[in-house]
Design a protein around this ligand. Structure first.
Ligand code: MN
Length: 649
């Protein structure tokens, strides 16, 4: 590797003045690192030079390439960033600073350091993705030269590569770097498995090559007849993907047939579908293996048609069909954005395509603990994704296993907080429904509905989890406050002046300032017919007239009472609901109660062995009329059999 090799490559896709910039950056870096050596004994400058070459192979712009030449200057030498800004440009200095920030070592525990680095790296990436491209190229070259490090470091670095950098390359669509990173890390982490697969692939390749050649010849002839210009390539799969397949399908090497994929590259999208038709007419497709990533691209920008057919020898052969542009994107991903300098259209397209990243990072600022952060990175950034659409056709990407609640929160916190149900492709689905790519999702909201603690089990995205937890926390605090207020309202003794003639206390006529209490057994409400029961030591206890607990023949003990019209208050009462058990029953009941603006003190749901569920609620309510409204509402909830008043707990 030397500077001439690099400039030659840069010159192949850039004007001469841009090549000049790269040369200047090289000379600057060379003087920075002049006496430094790498652990391998090589002059240090070879490292930035190789990193720059990797980026030039991705056809990146000269500014990125120059920045990559300078990427270790700040960390390892006495140069500072203002100097780079002065000699080069602000843009270039920003990139160098971004990469340097990422590598800066804090004096904290190793684990904390790793997380902090990752956090910084992602934030820097949100500002300019090229920072991460340099970082990926840096990591790739370090992986290529990992043999000069001790075994401990080899394992650690390989682990990190497999956990963070390869998935990152994948998410950015840079298949080229992703595969090489994975195979390199694999060779250090599982050296035996790596060697084994490598040998077996080489052996099998000979035997399969003839078969592939046969298919290629046949297909080529037919495509030419159809007037489709195509490039047909047989490409061996990378070793780590074979290993993963063996692991996930729990099969041995001999059961893996698709060691070689065939790639057909054509000129236009129409030709892609035309080619697919021809392939399916020549060989029998295996059902369930066809994927159309052209009309529904992966969100890392990848587009292709995938199909698997039964080849001439009766064995499955995997084919990918794509245009030249799509092929470039599959290899270079976001990096391909910098291949084109002109054209606003592409700019917009690109911004939309990495918007997942910005959205993910935006709310991650709220996450404070390291554990939560790592968790959210793993689920939101690296998990497999599903693409769904809003009714207006806007695309949303969510991690696999997301539900309508995740979708609702991805649109707006308010929509999540008031979500009661969802329609997927026009059909009502339960809130635990798992979304699939291509679904059109419409959220049904209700002003009075709100999150419940059960939702935490239904959601996948950390955004939804965080927002639900926030809501519950806020609401618990508010309820505590409300309870205090209600108690004050319920016992407003100090506020009520003595009314000498009208014998009412607390809105009840017939008793004066005698001690009294509402009986718990029937918890009377305004509107109920009531009587007072004179007890020996505890004053008067107020019951409903029909309360079965009043069993006395002594008329002296019974005091006729009635509610005062002005006697508005708020009283505790209980309700029991019997229903056929089903998903989200409790949620629906709660939503129904809160739609009447009734305060719920407590809610309990119990599933019975006979398939029924019994739910009990303790409510704060103004009177019988209101209670009637609540009961009517509950009776309308799906699967409810019976609603009755009970003693509040
Ligand atoms: Mn480096």
């Amino acid at each position: 590797m030397d500077i001439n090799k690099l400039t030659k490559l840069v010159a192949s896709y850039n004007p001469p003045e841009d090549v000049e910039l790269v040369k200047r950056a090289y000379n600057f870096a060379k003087s920075c690192h002049k006496d430094q050596k790498r652990l391998s004994g090589d002059p240090f400058i070879l490292h930035p030079l190789s990193v720059a070459y990797i980026l030039a192979e991705l056809n990146l712009d000269p500014v990125t390439i120059s920045a990559s030449l300078l990427h270790d200057c700040i960390k390892d030498t006495s140069t500072d960033i203002s100097k780079i800004k002065e000699v080069f440009s602000e843009e270039l200095a920003f990139l160098v600073k971004g990469v340097s920030k990422v590598s800066k070592v804090a004096r904290e525990s190793k684990e904390k350091q790793k997380i902090e680095n990752l956090r910084r790296m992602l934030l820097a990436m949100a500002e300019d993705v090229r920072v991460i491209l340099i970082k990926l190229a840096d990591r790739l070259h370090n992986m290529r030269t990992l043999h000069s490090l001790d075994q401990d470091s080899q394992l650690k670095i390989s682990h990190e590569t497999l956990e963070i950098y390869a998935p990152l390359a994948h998410r950015l669509g840079i298949g080229k770097i992703k595969c090489e990173l994975e195979d390199l890390a694999f060779s250090y982490l599982q050296p035996e498995a790596y060697e084994d697969i490598k040998e077996r692939v080489a052996l099998r390749m000979e035997e399969r090559e003839a078969e592939i050649l046969e298919i290629k010849k046949h297909l080529d002839r037919r495509l030419r007849l159809a007037g489709i210009k195509a490039e047909i390539l047989g490409r061996p799969k990378h070793l780590y993907s074979i290993y993963c397949k063996m692991q996930s399908h729990r099969v041995g090497f001999d059961e893996i047939y698709d060691l070689i994929g065939i790639r057909v590259i054509v000129d236009s999208v129409e030709d892609c579908y035309g080619t697919l038709g021809i392939i399916h007419s020549l060989w029998k497709p295996i059902s369930g293996r066809f994927k159309d990533y052209i009309s529904l691209p992966k969100q890392n920008m990848y587009q292709s048609l995938h199909t698997t057919v039964v080849g001439n020898k009766g064995r499955p052969v995997e084919l990918q069909i794509r245009t030249h542009d799509m092929d470039k994107i599959a290899e270079f991903g976001v990096a391909s954005h910098w291949h084109y300098k002109e054209g606003k259209k592409k700019e917009l397209d690109f911004t939309e395509r990495i918007s997942w990243l910005r959205r993910t990072l935006e709310w991650q600022k709220d996450i404070t603990t390291d554990e939560d952060f790592m968790e959210s990175i793993k689920t939101d950034l690296f998990a497999e994704r599903v693409f769904v659409f809003t009714p207006k056709g806007e695309i949303r990407d969510l991690p696999k296993n997301s539900t309508p609640i995740d979708f609702a929160y991805s649109i707006h916190t308010d929509i999540g907080d008031h979500c009661v149900g969802a329609k997927v492709n026009g059909r009502i689905v339960p809130l635990h429904h798992k979304l699939s790519s291509g679904d059109i999702v419409e959220i049904i909201t209700s002003k009075t509905s709100h999150p419940s603690i059960d939702w935490l089990k239904l959601v996948t995205t950390s955004k939804a989890k965080t927002k639900i937890r926030q809501w519950i926390k806020r609401e618990t605090e508010k309820q505590e406050e409300d309870k205090t207020k209600i108690l004050e309202k319920k016992h407003p003794k100090k506020l009520i002046p003595k009314k000498k003639k009208i014998k009412t206390i607390l809105g009840i006529q017939g008793i004066s300032d005698m001690a009294f209490k509402f009986s718990k057994c029937c918890s009377p409400l305004p509107g109920d017919e009531i009587i007072g029961f004179v007890t020996l030591n505890r004053g008067i206890s107020i019951h409903r007239k029909d309360c079965p607990n009043i069993r006395t023949n002594d008329p002296c003990k019974i005091l006729p009472l009635s509610w005062d019209d002005d006697g508005k208050g708020i009283y505790e009462t209980g309700i029991s609901v019997l229903a056929y058990d089903r998903q989200e029953l409790l949620q629906d009941l709660l939503a129904s109660i809160s739609s009447t603006k009734t305060i719920i003190n407590e809610a309990h749901g119990k599933a019975r062995k006979d398939g029924m569920a019994e739910c009990r609620f303790s409510l704060m309510i103004e009177g019988k009329e209101k209670l009637h409204t609540v009961i009517k509402g509950l009776e309308k909830v799906r699967s409810v059999v019976k609603v009755c008043r009970i003693q509040p707990k």
